[in-house]
Ligand binder design. Structure first.
Ligand code: HSE
Length: 310
């Protein structure tokens, strides 16, 4: 094989109380990564982006970082060219850097027929998050690599990615506000978070997170959504999203079961039972952003399978 192409889905992280732990793959948008072996064996890694919006230098791009690390670990000396076709908008809380990283990891694994277990593959994909977030976190990449709902378990420092098939009638609407975002948005959104939290808030979030996992495992979308309440991260971040309260209130009034910031924002995500009410919820969320002076794009979606070769 001379080249290999993989696609990886967008994702939403946190789902309220599951900061850095919960991820859910979305069938809304995807990134496509093609890796080609070039003539020569100087280990040079070059990149081309489909748009000019994010760094095209391998060392500062999430897909590039993944390939560099995997090539080092597996002794790959070929010169490689990476082409990234972005479908997931960068900086809006839909796991854009994670989608490129996940597709790159899956494409390189297939190109060299590497024997890598799924947990290790997620670890490699997470190398790419350093490029955008300044820190390795697994919630978006694990969902983008594996699909479905993922609990990134870090008990005693060992990373394990537990996949649960989401309820069949889980539907979502993502509202992506038309606002400029800083270059290192995730880093900025992480810098506003408290270093310590009141015990009461921690208890509320553990309760919510446990309810989400139980609802997901039992296939009960209403139970799952009832846990999507965050007493720690969203209160600290909501000032970064003009219209946060209005979007949330509107979506709930229009029939959404729960609303959260999607990842580090500024997109907001509503959770529904079935997709019948999605249009109404989308219009309500758009009206919320409009009241705050912002346009927005809405995407009705469901859970997605993970990254795969095409
Ligand atoms: N869990 C991360 C955060 C997701 O909220 O900062 C960002 O991609």
């Amino acid at each position: 094989m001379k080249s290999c192409t993989a696609v990886a889905p967008s994702s939403t992280a946190n789902l309220g109380p599951g900061y850095d732990v919960f991820g859910l793959a979305l069938d809304a948008l995807q990134d496509r990564v093609k890796i080609t072996k070039l003539k020569g064996s100087d280990g040079r890694i070059t990149m081309k982006m489909s748009d000019g919006s994010i760094p095209a230098k391998a060392e500062s791009n999430s897909a590039g970082l993944v390939v560099i690390k995997m090539a080092q670990d597996y002794g790959i000396k070929d010169s490689l060219h990476i082409e990234v076709k972005k479908g997931v908008p960068a900086g809006y809380g839909m796991g854009s850097s994670a989608a490129s990283a996940a597709a790159a990891a899956v494409a390189l694994k297939a190109l060299y027929r590497l024997k890598i277990g799924r947990d290790r593959l997620v670890e490699y994909a997470a190398e790419g998050e350093v490029a955008s977030a300044g820190a390795k976190h697994y919630d978006n990449v694990s969902a983008s690599v594996l699909g479905g709902f993922i609990v990134s378990s870090m008990v005693d420092g060992t990373a394990r990615f537990i996949r649960i098939e989401p309820p069949r009638d889980l539907a979502m609407v993502v509202a992506v506000p038309a606002m400029p975002v800083p270059a290192r948005k995730t880093e900025v959104a992480r810098s506003v978070l408290p270093k310590e939290v009141p015990l009461k808030s921690a208890v509320q979030n553990v309760s919510g997170a446990s309810t989400i996992v139980a609802g997901c495992a039992l296939g009960d979308v209403e139970m799952m959504a009832s846990g999507i309440r965050d007493a720690i991260v969203e209160p600290a971040r909501k000032h970064l999203i003009p219209g946060y309260d209005g979007v949330k209130e509107n979506a709930l009034a229009a029939g959404a079961l729960a609303v959260a910031i999607s990842g580090a924002g500024p997109s907001m995500i509503a959770f529904l039972k079935g997709n019948k009410g999605a249009k109404k919820v989308a219009a309500a969320m758009a009206a919320g952003f409009r009241d705050a002076g912002l346009g927005c794009r809405t995407l009705a979606c469901g859970p997605s399978k993970g990254a795969h070769v095409v």
